[in-house]
Write a protein that binds this ligand. Structure first.
Ligand code: BG6
Length: 488
């Protein structure tokens, strides 16, 4: 559908997320004709910036973004012209709210939408929504966008959802998990449900286990303050990795409709075997990066990163074994792992098939194949199968790849996750967003793990920056004779 004129109000509009992701993605949407000429972006912060200051910062952010390469001057000018800045002290005096109301200029013209994007810590989301309502800015078709992590546990997530829910209906609420906006993640559903050949194999009879990895080479950057309150479990596992697990494991929904897809994801979360007590000790591993060398550069350890204390128990790496207690998956481990400052950046889902029930090639290497869905870098799908090594001598088998590279196959550029999701918000399509009960079910599962980690025996193990992570992660998967997937 054609883009509608929208006032997009971004709280936290001068922050890290806004500069690194939102504004560059909006620029790309503008460049590609996805913003109505009348759409405006109003950045709200406490910073007291002028419009010109904001435009300067935004220009640098756009120019510095990898997907933009070289900004087109005319587009950049048009885009910057959409931006303005309003200073609001959310807990403070009301003058900022009045300024915001003035800039939105009274009740919106018919056909003009309002989107409030909360790129702020979740604990102030409720206060912002209340402020918006008190200032009379919430219209019946306004929408609100919330970032993850939504809360820090089940209780706080419920509280935030309830506060926001007093002002905005569930229909109006868009909970972002940007992994759902990634092209390959959406492709996972197409791969599973638009082809016939995987579904018959997609169960415990033919699948030995699944590995979901999100490894980054970056550290916490300037976000130490936030990260100390989160750690890898709240920052990555509770949302991104569990969403990937849901999409991998869910039953076929009856349609690609919003509720149908969310219902199936929710059922997976509800079927997760609780990780408590001794299982936490056995089936989870935590790590924290120390000093080291990442891709040729010396980097600081986590505890030396500015903006936080020189001690603490925040983890920057988590590995764990999850199980889904239902007919399809009983007995199939799902290994999840994520870490910062790893040797290389990659996000992928690896489905490891079982060995054949009986081999007719005694003495030759056997071993189940793997299906690898690579989210980044080099988005693609990679299927490993055994093939005969050519030659007249003894029969030898070797795993060989069947490779689908999106970049080589499709001439079109894959949009950034935030481009896709912002476009959906502007079009009022919430299929790729999380429903309240999903977020809460995810916390219900992660809370006991985080609580168990308070045990002094379970403090994070230090791994050198630029390494493959803590030894505990290898022990965890090695306990059953399995290993982490490495590309041949
Ligand atoms: C964010 C986390 O949600 O995802 C960051 O807060 C992390 O810590 C980022 O770096 C990773 O996203 P991507 O798209 O680069 O894999």
């Amino acid at each position: 559908s054609a883009p509608r004129p929208t006032d997009l109000v971004v709280f936290g509009g001068t922050g890290d997320l806004s500069m690194r992701k939102l504004l560059p993605s909006l620029y790309l949407l503008d460049r590609d004709g996805h913003l109505d000429p009348g759409t405006r972006v109003i950045a709200v912060s406490r910073d007291g910036l002028t419009d010109a200051d904001l435009r300067g910062k935004a220009e640098a952010a756009v120019q510095g973004h990898r997907a933009v390469r070289v900004a087109e001057p005319a587009v950049l000018r048009r885009f910057l012209g959409r931006l303005s800045h309003i200073t609001v002290d959310v807990g403070g005096d009301a003058s900022g709210w009045a300024d915001l109301a003035a800039s939105l200029a009274g009740p919106p013209e018919p056909g003009r939408d309002r989107v409030f994007y909360l790129a702020v810590p979740p604990m102030i989301s409720g206060a912002i929504c209340r402020g918006l309502a008190d200032a009379g800015l919430v219209t019946p078709d306004s929408r609100v966008v919330m970032e993850k992590p939504l809360g820090r546990d089940l209780a706080s997530a419920r509280a935030v959802n309830a506060e926001v829910g007093e002002i905005f209906s569930e229909e109006q609420t868009y909970r972002i998990d940007h992994y759902l906006g990634k092209e390959t993640v959406q492709n996972l559903l197409v791969l599973r449900f638009a082809n016939v050949f995987l579904e018959p194999l997609w169960n415990s009879r033919w699948i030995d286990h699944v590995q979901i990895t999100a490894a980054e080479t970056v550290g916490v950057g300037g976000r130490r303050g936030y990260y100390d309150t989160a750690g890898a479990m709240r920052d990555m596992v509770q949302n991104h990795l569990l969403q990937l697990l849901c999409l991998t494991a869910m039953e076929p929904p009856a349609s690609y409709g919003r509720e149908a897809v969310r219902d199936e994801k929710l059922k997976v979360l509800q079927a997760l075997e609780p990780l408590t007590g001794d299982r936490v000790r056995q089936d989870t591993a935590r790590g924290r990066y120390g000093r080291g060398t990442v891709q040729g550069s010396e980097v600081l350890g986590y505890l030396e990163e500015p903006g936080g204390p020189a001690d603490g128990t925040t983890e920057t790496y988590v590995a764990l074994r999850a199980e889904i207690a239902n007919w399809r998956w009983a007995g199939v481990p799902f290994y999840l792992r994520t870490g910062k400052r790893m040797d290389r950046a990659r996000s992928e889902i690896v489905v490891r098939f079982r060995d054949v029930p009986h081999t007719i090639f005694p003495g030759a290497a056997t071993g189940g194949g793997s299906l690898v869905i690579r989210l980044q870098p080099d988005e693609g799908i990679h299927l490993t199968m055994l093939a005969k090594v050519p030659g007249a001598g003894a029969l030898r088998l070797r795993p060989v790849p069947l490779e689908l590279s999106f970049a080589d196959t499709f001439a079109t550029r894959s949009p950034e996750a935030y481009e896709r999701l912002l476009m959906d918000v502007l079009a009022a399509d919430s299929t790729l967003f999380m429903r309240r009960d999903e977020v809460e079910a995810a916390w219900r599962w992660t809370d006991p793990v985080i609580a168990a980690w308070a045990d002094p025996d379970l403090v994070p193990e230090t791994y050198p920056a630029g390494s493959a992570g803590p030894a505990g992660a290898d022990r965890l998967i090695g306990r059953t004779g399995r290993t982490w997937y490495e590309e041949e």
